[in-house]
Ligand binder design. Structure first.
Ligand code: IPM
Ligand code: MG
Length: 362
């Protein structure tokens, strides 16, 4: 009997609907090949949810997500909603989803594909062989710390406040995810902080150091975030697994993504301890190219592969999708963000069709 899964689709804004459509087509092929039955249900989040309901994360959407086996999200945000107060911005929907589902661990792999080395802005010898996993804490730190807000001081001046805070238990659980993840890789973990300045980082560093005693087979190093940003560009191959807090992880994962040529290639998995995981590309909603059939759908497709692997435990199906992506690139298919001379420039839909063709031939 076919295995059945309920998948919530959150297309969101901008290029979201275009790229998620490609991922759904891919999953349909996966379903046929692996005898899996996907039941898709779409829900609103972000700017499109604001337009339809006045809220960036309607209760309905959250319930639908909770009641599914996994959530496939595209991207949220756009110029149109940029001037709304922060709790009504599209981003608040995404942050609410992560925190309501308790998705504290965000896995962001940055692997350079041999086919795309020439699309990187760095030299071939610097990026060839790069394979980094950024483990970003996702429900704490300065994104969620209290107090936060824009307040008026006694002198009538406005003052914006955010608070960067981590408890030991929050550091502990993300630290464990990172140590475990590094065990499945090269057993090298670099913890990134700003312990030369921030108390919150001092606690982070001492707790991660303590935790390392339970993982004697993993080589732990520490690095300040400013140096880590520099080292990622200077000599990225020194990194294997990186663990860091929410804000540093946000920034460093964009930098790591760019090593691979395009942020349009990078997937992510957001996992908690009980609720379904959310799988989404690292890139945003790209409102500048929305609706023009120019977006690269591959990060979304690779996010669906991460969903198969981490969310549904279907690793053979995940391998099949990932291999298909390599193969379609091998055949010269490229969207605008990863184009190089001699390659074949395709739009979003055509890239999807080329990938489906490859998958069906496999
Ligand atoms: C990301 C994004 C989000 C974040 C935004 C859209 C809220 O940049 O997933 O990296 O800052 O976490
Ligand atoms: Mg980001």
């Amino acid at each position: 009997m076919a295995q059945k899964y309920r998948i919530t689709l959150l297309p969101g804004d901008g290029i979201g609907p275009e790229i998620i459509a490609v991922a759904v087509d891919v999953l349909k092929v996966v379903g046929q090949k692996f005898d899996i039955q996907f039941e898709f249900q779409e829900a609103l989040i972000g700017g499109s949810a604001i337009d339809a309901t006045g809220e960036p994360l309607p209760k309905d959407s959250l319930e639908i997500c909770r009641n599914s086996d996994a959530v496939l999200l595209a991207a949220i945000g756009g110029y149109k909603w940029d001037s709304l107060p922060s709790h009504l911005r599209p981003e608040a929907g995404l942050l609410g989803l992560r925190s309501q589902l308790g998705l504290f661990a965000n896995l962001r792999p940055a692997t350079i594909l041999p086919q795309l080395i020439d699309a990187s802005s760095l030299k071939r010898e610097v990026v060839e062989g790069v394979d980094i996993l950024v483990v970003r804490e996702l429900t704490g730190g300065i994104y969620f710390g209290q107090p936060k807000g824009i307040f008026t001081t006694e002198t009538g001046e406005k003052r914006g406040v955010n608070t960067m805070a981590y408890t030991e238990s929050e550091i502990d659980r993300i630290g464990r995810v990172a140590f475990e993840a590094s065990r499945k890789r090269n057993r090298k973990l670099c913890s990134v902080d700003k312990a030369n300045v921030l108390e919150v980082s001092q606690l982070w560093r001492s707790h991660i150091t303590q935790l390392a005693q339970e993982y004697p087979d993993v080589e732990l190093t520490h690095m300040y975030v400013d140096n880590a940003a520099m080292q990622l560009l200077r000599a990225p191959k020194q990194f294997d697994t990186i663990v860091t807090g929410n804000l540093f992880g946000d920034i460093l994962s964009d930098a790591a993504a760019m090593l691979t040529g395009s942020i349009g290639m990078l997937p992510s998995a957001s996992l908690g301890s009980s609720n379904p995981g959310v799988f989404e590309p690292v890139h945003g909603s790209a409102p500048d190219i929305a609706g023009q059939d120019k977006a690269n759908p591959l990060a979304q497709v690779l996010s669906a592969a991460m969903m198969l692997r981490y969310g549904l435990n279907q690793s053979a199906a995940a391998d099949y999708v990932e291999k298909g992506v390599l193969q379609v690139l091998q055949r010269g298919a490229r969207t605008g963000d990863i184009i190089s001379p001699g390659m074949n420039l395709l739009g979003c839909r055509a890239m999807g069709a080329a990938l489906i063709q490859v998958l069906e031939e496999e």
